[in-house]
Ligand binder design. Structure first.
Ligand code: MLT
Length: 200
């Protein structure tokens, strides 16, 4: 997968970044550096191209996902993480996922399908990725969710349903809602950062 790896001064933690629709591997690097300036950063570019826009999985229309493709892409990412860990010399046991919108959705899908791949995840404006009730357990994962109360792309109820499922899987979920829409705000990044430092 296309990606950028930035070696941190502390090799015990690696943040794995997943951009939103139409973004690329550069987008979330400043956000990740605000949250943890010492950790390694592995920032991925989604392998799916939707009319020139990078994404992490195919969708049939806005908010309606190609679930078979989600499964395929999630597996592809897991395999990529294993190869990257060997190549760059980081541990797979201390990964934090950080994603916005489509990127947050693929992190949620990875948790549904593979459990605690990330011991911490920061999901900015996520929604339910798969209709199935996940079999995986998430006792070893803490999750921050940031959601807009007036998000025109992700209805708040959908994010609340995701929060419920992740909690039922055993994750320690911290939900933060904002009187905003779909965009990622400074306030959200600051809250995610405080949450991150309390939970490591
Ligand atoms: C998605 O397609 O993953 C979500 O609808 C959000 C988006 O990326 O537009």
């Amino acid at each position: 997968m296309k990606h950028k790896f930035i070696k941190g001064t502390d090799n015990t933690r690696t943040l794995v970044l997943f951009h939103g629709t139409g973004g690329n591997e550069n987008d979330l690097i400043p956000v990740a550096q605000m949250i943890d300036s010492e950790a390694n950063i592995l920032s991925l570019r989604g392998n799916v191209n939707e009319n020139g826009m990078n994404r992490f999985f195919r969708r049939i229309q806005e908010g309606v996902f190609d679930e078979e493709d989600i499964r395929y892409r999630a597996r592809e990412i897991i395999e990529f993480l294993e190869t990257a860990a060997e190549e760059y010399g980081f541990s797979l046991n201390a990964l934090a996922g950080l994603g916005y919108s489509n990127g947050a959705n693929i992190i949620a899908a990875i948790h549904y399908l593979y459990g605690s791949v990330f011991t911490k995840s920061i999901l900015f404006h996520p929604m339910v990725p798969l209709k199935e009730t996940p079999a995986s357990k998430l006792q070893e994962t803490s999750i921050y969710i940031g959601a807009g109360e007036n998000d025109p792309i992700v209805p708040l109820n959908n994010t609340l349903a995701l929060e419920k499922t992740l909690s039922e899987m055993g994750a320690d979920v911290s939900l933060h809602t904002y009187k905003r829409g779909h965009s990622l705000t400074q306030e959200e990044v600051q809250d995610a950062s405080s949450w991150y430092h309390q939970t490591f």
